[in-house]
Structures are given as C-alpha cells and as structure tokens.
Design a protein around this ligand. Structure first.
Ligand SMILES: [Mg+2]
Length: 164
C-alpha cells in the first residue's frame, strides 16, 4: 500500500489485455473501472467486443469485478450484461471497495490488478489498496474537462514501470 500516482503497467486499451498476460504476472482477479475504461461515457450497453473480451477472460480463468465511482444506473446494467459482480459509488481513490472486491472473491492483493483510465482515482486507488495498477487510455473525450484532466495527468502517465 502506497500513496503513489505511478502506474505499474500501461496498455492502450482494456481490450488489449489477455488472460495470459495477467496469469504470467500472477493476476487472478481483474478489477475494472467502467467509465472510459470499459465504455465511453453515455453508452447504454457494453459493446460486442467488450462482451467477447469478457468471455475470453472468464474462459482464461480471470475473475472480473467492476468498481465504479458512478452513481448512475450504468454499473448495474454493464455488470448484468457482462455477468460479473460490481459496486458503484465506490469513491476511488478510497481503497475501501477495492478491498471489498478482493474479500468477495477471496483473492489477495498480490493476485489482483485494477485497470482504469484515471491516475487520481484508479491508479492511486489501486496503489493504496496494494494491487497492481494498470493504466489504460481513456476511450473517448466527450467533453473538454476530460481532455484537460488527461493532460494534467500526463506527467504521471509517463512514469509507468512496465508497458504491457
Ligand atoms: Mg474512468
């Protein structure tokens, strides 16, 4: 557990992650951010590509769990469609619900990673919870604030330890 804004891994898209990449690094549980990681803001349902990726992950022995800060109905809908557990209003970077996900799945922090698109919520939350942080590129800038935040994060985005 550390107060660090430095991602352990970076990868362009969540969908580029494979079960083997995670297994090779001892990861059994992949916690997922929703907005701009699984889907751009505003999309009502997961894409076909996301559903296929979800199936591949499950078949490959990787457990998935959505931990979203969203207060909307989207986490409920996405988790149902993807058939995986979820929590919303998670208040990342608080590690509280990241830890709850690990408890629910009975998997330790060493075997857990969190994939998300934001440094100050996802990367920091993962590091505080002691799980591997995987930073992805935001899928879409739907407003100017998202773009500004992205550029504000840039110094930390470049400090990653490993490219996946
Ligand atoms: Mg996000």
């Amino acid at each position: 557990m550390s107060f660090s804004l430095r991602p352990k891994y970076v990868i362009k898209s969540l969908l580029d992650l494979t079960p083997q990449m995670l297994k090779d690094r001892g990861i059994e549980l992949l916690i997922l951010d929703l907005d701009n990681t699984i889907s751009p803001y505003g999309e009502k349902l997961p894409s076909e590509k996301v559903l296929k990726w979800t199936e591949d992950m499950k078949k490959g022995g990787i457990k998935l769990y959505i931990v979203s800060n969203s207060k909307k109905v989207r986490p409920d809908v996405f988790a149902k469609e993807m058939d995986i557990p979820f929590v919303k209003r998670a208040k990342k970077p608080s590690p509280k619900f990241i830890q709850k996900a690990m408890e629910d799945m009975n998997i330790s922090a060493e075997k857990t990673a969190l994939a998300g698109d934001q440094i100050f919520t996802d990367t920091l939350g993962a590091n505080l919870a002691g799980v591997s942080s995987i930073l992805v590129e935001p899928i879409k800038f739907t407003n100017v604030f998202l773009r500004l935040r992205y550029y504000g994060e840039m110094p930390f985005r470049k400090m990653y330890k490993n490219k996946l």
